[in-house]
Write a protein that binds this ligand. Structure first.
Ligand SMILES: Nc1ncnc2c1ncn2[C@@H]1O[C@H](COP(=O)(O)OP(=O)(O)O)[C@@H](O)[C@H]1O
Ligand SMILES: O=C(CO)[C@@H](O)[C@H](O)COP(=O)(O)O
Length: 465
């Protein structure tokens, strides 16, 4: 009974799932928190990974490992493999102007046609252009650029400064799904666009080798196979065994909408990112900067915990009697309003109740994500039902309000870490030589319960660029 390990190194934490390679049954798990903030030194991810692995009973008895990671993070390495500066994360918006510069120099439609995405602050290319202009001394030292999952996999294999195998930059590896989020990789032709990379940073550098869906990246020192890994959303799609008839919404730190397609997507507006998936196809995706933490924030404002906020919200009617929250606390990516801030609307003395404010938090979070659902639908994704995952999906109320806002059946898989499950699925695929016949996770169906009022009143107050 070979075991595999799936690791999810996402924004708020690192999660580890140890599973039976053939059945997918989870035997052990572990977790450890990440520091808050939009720039984090990768060493913190490494420390959390080691803590989560220890919490999960270690990797000595696993035969293959895979890492799913938060996308886009800029891990800048010098010639000695040292991290030059803390990584700017996907939700750091200081590179918004840099993204606009790149668009002005290349053209939005041209970017979309060349690589399937149009730069936004989240993407690695925008962060590199920011580095070039804001920290030229650091930019000049850049010998290689990796993504969070690439760097963690490299370290797990024993590479890096003060590591047994040393800082071999040529040993860096990634996969199509994560590479497609950089802003300098073309997932249709499966090749880097070196010109776009050099345009961003100002010079070329070593980039991780891009591996196939289950192509081994190498081995861990103990002999376990290292799978290619994936961006976290592509790993989640593997974990859900998502089909081209499905669309998923993940409510984590980010609020993402993604759907597997067999053909690449080129959206010149940039709303839908034409990413690759982890199976050899494509995964068009939208991402909101404000998702589960909208609930955390409003709960804190009202001085209650998450569960109490959900109970309060359940006492208010759909539409919250006209109270609307535009939840752009951290700026926003979909819609692309990086400098935005949150705002409350429609408040009167009569409707300013804790219940209405609580319900407006759930409705605002989901109506904002619904912009992404509509955009993914517009590029041809099947959205007749939506599969709801992420930490925020653990709240039953979220599912009920999602059925009202999205207006379609909502499928809520049993609570679990689907990024880590997907990484374990990939590790089993690498080990066994074929996708393992794991059973799909059990799930609950919440029937569609359309309440168009919610999005109608949300759009009334939505700011425009
Ligand atoms: N039982 C729950 N009910 C509602 N929200 C939850 C629950 N458990 C966790 N969350 C929310 O999930 C979020 C973390 O989700 P997760 O998908 O793990 O994040 P990420 O993958 O971005 O690190 C937190 O902001 C937290 O508020
Ligand atoms: O930027 C994106 C996708 O483009 C985010 O989805 C990040 O990949 C972070 O994911 P979570 O930590 O929210 O899971």
């Amino acid at each position: 009974m070979p075991l595999v390990a799936g690791i999810d190194s996402s924004t708020q934490s690192c999660k580890v799932s140890i599973r039976d390679a053939e059945s997918g049954a989870q035997l052990r798990s572990g977790a450890a928190p990440h520091p808050a903030g939009t720039e984090v030194h990768p060493q913190a991810w490494w420390d959390a990974l080691r803590q989560a692995v220890s919490d999960a009973g270690g990797l000595d008895d696993v035969a293959a490992v895979s890492v799913g990671g938060q996308q886009h993070g800029m891990v800048a390495l010098d010639g000695d493999g040292q991290v030059i500066r803390p990584a700017l994360l996907w939700n750091d918006t200081r590179s918004a102007q840099a993204a606009e510069q790149l668009i002005a120099e290349v053209g939005a439609a041209q970017y979309a046609q060349r690589i399937g995405v149009v730069p936004v602050a989240s993407f690695t290319c925008s962060k590199l252009r920011w580095l070039r202009d804001a920290e030229p001394e650091n930019a000049a030292q850049v010998a290689a650029v990796a993504l969070p999952h690439d760097w963690l996999s490299w370290r797990l294999r024993g590479f890096g400064p003060e590591q047994p195998l040393g800082p071999a930059l040529s040993q860096l590896a990634t996969d199509r799904s994560d590479a497609s989020g950089t802003g300098y990789f073309d997932p249709a032709r499966n090749r880097y666009d070196a010109e776009l990379f050099a345009l961003a940073l100002g010079h070329d550098a070593v980039l991780p080798r891009v591996l196939g869906p289950a192509e081994p990246a190498g081995e861990l020192p103990g002999g376990a196979a290292m799978a290619p890994g994936a961006g976290d959303n592509a790993a989640a799609a593997l974990g859900l065994q998502l089909a081209t008839t499905d669309t998923a919404v993940s409510i984590g730190t980010s609020g993402t909408v993604f759907a597997p397609t067999e053909v690449p997507v080129h959206d010149p507006t940039g709303t839908v990112a034409g990413f690759a998936d982890a199976r050899g196809g494509f995964l068009p995706l939208t991402a909101a900067l404000n998702a589960a933490r909208v609930i955390d924030t409003v709960a804190a404002v009202l001085g209650v915990d998450r569960d109490t906020l959900a109970h309060l919200a359940s006492e208010a009617p759909p539409g919250a009697q006209g109270v609307v929250l535009i939840p752009h606390f951290e700026g926003e990516r979909t819609p692309n309003l990086p400098a935005a801030r949150a705002s409350w609307h429609g408040l009167s003395m009569a409707n300013s109740t804790p219940a209405n404010l609580a319900r407006a938090a759930f409705e605002g979070m989901l109506a904002n994500i619904n912009i992404g659902v509509q955009a993914v639908r517009a590029v041809g994704a099947a959205t007749d039902r939506i599969i709801l995952i992420g930490g925020g999906a653990r709240s039953a109320l979220t599912g009920r309000v999602a059925a009202q806002v999205f207006g379609v059946d909502i499928v809520v898989p049993e609570p679990g870490e689907y990024v880590a499950r997907g990484a374990a699925f990939q590790a089993a695929w690498t080990l066994l030589g074929a996708p393992p016949p794991w059973p799909a996770p059990a799930s609950e169906l919440i029937p569609a319960d359309p309440e168009p009022l919610i999005s109608e009143q949300f759009r009334r107050y939505l700011p425009h660029r």
